[in-house]
Design a protein around this ligand. Structure first.
Ligand code: GAL
Length: 382
């Protein structure tokens, strides 16, 4: 048992909900754990395999304990966690602060301490904790504090991932509950409009970002391409350019990186995007600072994001939310470099992995519709 400082950067993993909906089974989790390792995702930093809603039986057992659906998980949850752990991975599960989960399975309301002990016994490492069906007279804030206490005293390090959909100004109080991550938006959909609206809504909240409690902008849709059993998520699909922009935004904005596509069947483009070590490094930067819009010169639908990284380095993103190619321009003055200082900024392209050399005063680039460019920048004294 650690000291609850075990999560020092945004968690990275995979979640069943976007693609597999209520069809979550032992076979799916085992084959996904295999794929996580075989594809290289584990090596790239992804470690949590998270079972979302619909894993349990419709009723608790005669002693009041949660029990997995015997058809979906014929060997029980401990067998699944043993397998996942044998691959070096960690296992996540889902419950809810109400009497039912959002899909109508038993919730943890008034069972918090026994459920936390049960999760610890099964070897669970991560709990996604939802917000449906709790009594109107009790706030989810109080119920999250309760589950936090239960988890922190259950004898096992378990990441506490609250799902509050951005309601009730969650960003302003969530740190008081002890949660490690908090869902800050409605459910994502496999469509450009969804990426755009989630990103814009959370840019305003970047000042609440900090190590230890991460703003969860929801499961990634990268690589879904309109496929999947979840009728609310799978509504059309995006282009690879749009998925790249989505991944770059989630990385720069320090969101947990939780994959939602079927990782057993990924295209090479999807793999490259999800395993880009340079975007992952920006996401996992130890200082965990938010990113902020800089004044942008050029096309009106484009903007520049700046994220201070540890040491003498910055991540700079050029994003184009418009429907045609944009010209985006960054003036180094806006990053803190005085005009005529003589020093230059060294640019490294995190998408093409090219070294672009030292630039002075400003840098501009064309950015495709719905596209992005991301650079790692450092100051080179003249
Ligand atoms: C929603 C949640 C989704 C998923 C679903 C399961 O409330 O936002 O991410 O967990 O419940 O029923």
């Amino acid at each position: 048992m650690g000291n609850n400082t075990f999560l020092t950067s945004p968690p990275m993993g995979w979640n069943s909900w976007n693609t597999f909906y209520d069809q979550v089974t032992e076979d799916l989790i085992i084959s996904t754990a295999d794929a996580m390792v075989d594809s290289g995702l584990y090596k790239a930093g992804y470690e949590y395999i998270i079972i979302d809603d619909c894993w349990s039986a419709r009723e608790r057992d005669s002693e009041g304990h949660l029990q997995p659906d015997p058809v979906k998980f014929p060997h029980g949850m401990k067998a699944v966690s043993d397998y996942v752990h044998s691959k070096g991975l960690k296992l996540g599960i889902y419950s809810c602060c109400g009497v039912h989960t959002c899909a109508g399975y038993p919730g943890s309301f008034e069972h918090e301490f026994e459920d936390a002990r049960q999760f610890a016994e099964w070897g669970i490492d991560y709990l996604k904790y939802d917000n449906c069906f709790h009594p109107a007279t009790i706030s989810s804030e109080g119920l999250y504090r309760r589950m936090n206490m239960a988890l922190r005293s259950c004898g096992r390090d378990i990441v506490f991932a609250v799902c509050q959909w951005g309601r009730d100004d969650v960003h302003s109080w969530i740190r008081s509950t002890g949660a490690h991550t908090f869902r800050s938006t409605v459910d994502i959909q496999d469509a450009w409009k969804s990426i755009e609206s989630i990103a814009l809504s959370q840019l305003e909240k970047q000042s609440y970002i900090g190590a230890g409690c991460y703003n969860d902008m929801d499961i990634l849709i990268v690589g879904m391409h309109g496929k999947g059993l979840n009728p609310e998520t799978s509504i059309g699909g995006c282009t690879d350019t749009e998925y790249q922009t989505h991944f770059a935004l989630w990385a720069m904005m320090s969101s947990p990186l939780i994959i939602g596509c079927d990782i057993r069947n990924m295209s090479d483009e999807t793999k490259d995007m999800l395993m880009n070590p340079e975007l992952i490094a920006i996401n996992q930067d130890p200082e965990c600072r938010g990113c902020y819009k800089l004044p942008t010169y050029g096309s009106p639908d484009a903007f520049v994001l700046l994220k201070q990284l540890t040491g003498n380095e910055w991540a700079v993103g050029f994003f184009n939310f418009g429907d045609s190619t944009a010209h985006v321009e960054l003036h180094f003055w806006d990053m803190g470099l005085p005009l005529g200082n003589g020093a230059g900024l060294h640019f490294h392209d995190c998408l093409t992995h090219e070294d672009l050399g030292v630039k002075t005063e400003s840098y501009s680039e064309k950015v495709a519709a719905h596209g992005c460019r991301v650079y790692r920048v450092s100051l080179e004294n003249a």
